[in-house]
Design a protein around this ligand. Structure first.
Ligand SMILES: Nc1nc2c(ncn2[C@@H]2O[C@H](COP(=O)(O)OP(=O)(O)O)[C@@H](O)[C@H]2O)c(=O)[nH]1
Ligand SMILES: [Mg+2]
Length: 439
């Protein structure tokens, strides 16, 4: 059994936090009214708060932990088994790299400890080894690894170019288009000295820095809202992208944790399940909820609504159905002078590069300024979404890193995004322990 304390403005607030944070198994074993602040310890002008002691059953806790561990393990095995098919194609196509690049390390070691290694490949292979994720099975072998012999005739220039080529290859593997990756590499080259270029790890560090400069973030939902105006955010994007789940997480952040008055609306009123899903979260957090049927009624509700922030869930439309996407704009009409409207495009990082591009284009007419990326925990690469945001001049708002409402959401971070592109293995570790950081 784990024990924690939760504080809130009233008992209801504490219970909501407990439910959202620790799930249905958690229970209150004690509660009290406390005072916070006050003048010179007298209690004068102190504010009254509630505090609850919460018990979290071990079984649920450890079950979750075990499940997560199993998931990580599965992921590791999956990674290990992946033959990296793109690499085969790219190696041959772009740099004439041999198929050895995708052979297991043990086999490559045998080949490269032979007296005639291929010219100019030492930095490619040597630096590649630790990233292969083969540590468990290959550990004994790697410990007695004989030094890779470097060919005498290899030129320094080759070595430098190889590290850039290797990075270029990695960027394309991360879903960046060839044109964008080439341009990035050219720009990076201008920032690197010969010494920098000679070490792949330094090339990567500098690439993270340069990529960060190309990433814009803004994770304040109120940003740009003129004083006295109410903020209304429409979350738009394809079905299954993670709109409803993300709205629930953000509603918890802005209401429970930041104390803002938040209402939840949905325009996705044809599917009962869609209404119920958001209503469930609204009820759990004690937030007003409204399913918009027609513009006139929506307008009336909007006029009566006393909240500071309205989060609007929308039906997901396929990027092939431009007409429906445009219909979403009708709902904007219901909001008036005192509202500051914004659309945020919700994109799943697990979809293909071409799908991401089509979706980003199809939703252009809704003038989204920011992007919320979901499913980083399941994504294999982030390069495409970073390229899309850069080339379309969009900012990142939040990063959703799991299914767990309300924990698995992070404020968008240039560093996290850039590092995940250059060091994709970081995506694996991104789930979990995010609640504290995010809120
Ligand atoms: N792994 C993972 N799953 C997510 C994430 N965000 C949402 N989901 C799941 O994706 C599915 C669709 O989410 P939903 O919010 O209903 O998408 P919507 O159709 O855009 O509203 C649900 O099963 C969510 O739990 C995430 O960041 N990571
Ligand atoms: Mg939905």
């Amino acid at each position: 059994m784990d024990f924690v304390k939760i504080r809130g403005k009233d008992l209801q607030d504490c219970i909501m936090q407990m439910k959202m944070k620790y799930g249905p198994q958690a229970y209150i074993y004690e509660h009290r009214v406390i005072t916070e602040g006050g003048l010179f310890g007298t209690g004068l002008l102190a504010s009254r708060m509630y505090e609850i002691d919460v018990g979290i059953p071990e079984t649920q806790n450890s079950k979750d932990r075990i499940e997560k561990k199993l998931k990580d393990l599965k992921e590791l095995i999956k990674q290990k088994q992946k033959p990296e098919p793109e690499l085969v194609g790219q190696s041959d196509r772009r740099f004439g790299k041999p198929l050895e690049a995708v052979r297991p390390y043990s086999e490559r070691r045998r080949r490269y400890s032979s007296p005639n290694p291929t010219q100019g490949q030492e930095s490619f292979y040597e630096e590649d080894l630790p990233q292969l994720g083969l540590s468990l099975a290959e550990a004994p072998e790697s410990s007695d690894r004989s030094p890779i012999s470097f060919p005498e005739r290899e030129t320094q220039t080759n070595k430098l170019a190889l590290n850039l080529e290797k990075l270029n290859e990695l960027l394309e593997k991360q879903g960046m288009s060839r044109g964008y990756a080439d341009e990035f590499i050219r720009s990076l080259e201008g920032h690197l000295s010969a010494i920098d270029l000679s070490k792949f790890s330094t090339v990567c560090e500098k690439a993270v820095d340069l990529l960060q400069d190309r990433i814009q973030t803004d994770f304040d939902l109120f940003s740009g809202t003129p004083r006295g105006k109410r903020k209304v955010v429409f979350f738009v994007g394809p079905t299954g992208a993670g709109k409803t789940t993300s709205i629930a997480k953000l509603a918890a952040k802005y209401s429970l944790h930041m104390g803002k008055k938040v209402s939840l609306y949905t325009t996705d009123n044809y599917r009962i399940a869609a209404i119920d899903q958001l209503k469930f979260y609204a009820d759990a957090m004690g937030l007003p909820f409204y399913a918009a049927k027609d513009i006139r009624k929506l307008k009336e509700t909007v006029n009566r609504d006393g909240s500071e922030l309205i989060l609007v869930d929308t039906a997901g439309y396929s990027h092939k159905n431009q007409e429906n996407i445009l219909k979403l704009k009708d709902f904007y009409q219901a909001f008036g002078e005192k509202d500051h409207l914004e659309s945020i495009l919700v994109l799943s990082a697990t979809v293909s590069v071409s799908n991401l591009q089509s979706v980003a284009s199809a939703y252009e007419p809704l003038s989204y300024k920011r992007i919320l990326v979901t499913k980083l925990d399941e994504a294999d690469f982030l390069g495409s979404v970073v390229e899309i945001a850069d080339t379309r001049h969009r900012e990142f708002a939040f990063l959703s890193v799991g299914q767990d409402v309300p924990f698995d959401i992070l404020n968008a971070s240039k560093k996290v995004l850039a590092e995940c592109v250059i060091y994709p293995e970081k995506l694996r570790g991104i789930a979990g322990e995010v609640f504290e950081k995010a809120f």
